[in-house]
Design a protein around this ligand. Sequence first.
Ligand code: GLA
Length: 381
Amino acid sequence: MKARISEKFRTLFGHDGDFFASAGRINLIGEHTDYNGGYVFPGAIDKGIMAEIELNGSDRVHAYSLDLDEYVEFGLKEEDAPSQSWARYIFGVCREIIKRGGQIGGFNTVFAGDVPLGAGMSSSAALESTFAFALNFLYDLGIDKFELARIGQATEHNYCGVKCGIMDQFASIFGRKGNLMRLDCKTMEYKYYPFDPKGYRLVLLDSVVKHELASSAYNKRRESCERAAAAIRHNHPEVEFLRDARKEWLEEVRTVISEEDYRRAEYVIGEVQRVLDVCDALERGDYETVGKKMYETHYGMSRLYEVSCEELDFLNDIAKECGVTGSRVMGGGFGGCTINLVKNELHDEFIARAIEAFKEKFGHEPKVYDVVISDGARKLE
Ligand code: GLA
């Protein structure tokens, strides 16, 4: 990928720039908890975005997407927003840096990626993090890592219409090879967990479906959670986020909020606790419990939070039938992947059966990705 980027960069701009990269992510457990102030447990992966960048001394950005074979130029003022969605991510990062007082100018860039799009591995966070990290480095802005993650998150909010939490950008900025990270999204305390489950593998099964309107459905989930938290706050003023609420407190407002908001909140309160249970289990090397919690998450995401879909439920059922230790829909939902914790000896049989059964039912094969936990945003030599 580096050689292809470099060749194109020379053709377009006549010389060489610096190389930067960042990563997509997986999440072992803790889904839709981040914007509720809860815990998440992600790690960066070996699939990401790579960009060559050089400052060009003007006030314009010249950007080329190698994968889409598309060239876009834009300025750095609010009214200069490009219409191409990939370019809006880069533009948004620039704007968010400028809003924070960062003095940046134009640059030339060519970039490419290998995070499967729409698979729930957060290719967009990888793109945002690459450019936030690179501009911070090239302009020596001194922005700390959390703020770099927030710049990516604010890009999603303000330029891409997704009111996401911080997990994806956190993972792609802070990711460290071989480690998952537990992040408390309220206090922003985090801890690295070396992750090397002896005898097991983590594998992703990508349904290769992405349902329309995923971002508006995502925003609606967030609103449900905020309404439920506000109702609970009436009785318990200490509840800032749903994460602070106890199940009994949710029961107190059951008749006040809608049945739908109740189900959403029930899922979130359970999920926050599941992350903590999984951390305890990992410390004991108890992967059976980790897996059991993953199935519970799937059930909650499917029946209570309603962000799964037929294809993902099907993949989850097959995992269960095959005796896979843990399986669940990963990421925002509405398509994308399941993440599976599989015993080594079961791996090949499970994958073969899943591919065959899925193809028979849906007419196409799911894609299979082995998870390799890798470094996040960085400068390449
Ligand atoms: C998307 C969002 C994250 C998070 C997950 C669900 O990936 O970008 O902030 O909410 O969905 O856990």
